[in-house]
Ligand binder design. Sequence first.
Ligand SMILES: [Zn+2]
Length: 176
Amino acid sequence: MAYSLKIYDPAFDIYLKNTKDYRFQFAFALAIIAIAGFYLYGEMSDEMENPEALYIGLGIGGMFFLIGVFSAFSGKKEQTWDGEVVEKEIIEKEKKVEFIVYFEDNRQRRQEIRTENDATLYNYFKIGEKVRYHGKLKTYEKFNKSGDDIIFCNACCFMHDIEDIMCKNCGCPLLK
Ligand SMILES: [Zn+2]
């Protein structure tokens, strides 16, 4: 029963950097496709001519590019805090069921996890359990995992058997 020291494993920093890079590359690829696509459309179609089509492509491409820069570099730094599970709630709506777990940190501030139509996380956290919120990963770790059959990767949230050591999805160590 403890918070895992594996949180200091460099694999987490590598994971965070790679996610940032992928977001940027994805947005960059979309930008290139938009610019090239509109240019080709301007060349081949009768409905729009270049350079007008190219200008539209550059406008849309530029937007994708900015979104990529923004999402890669704006990642708000969050604090790590210790707290506990204080309340759980199920809200039944017309077409979906919402499962909510409420946490309170040591300064009485409330946080929550919401999932739709899936009770896995709702069942995973029990009222009164101590948790640590890892700010850089934006995920929770339970203090006591001794009664659990499953564990979630704190980097990518992939679900694992409690016996597993490493995340099969992203390669980060499981915090236990
Ligand atoms: Zn993972």
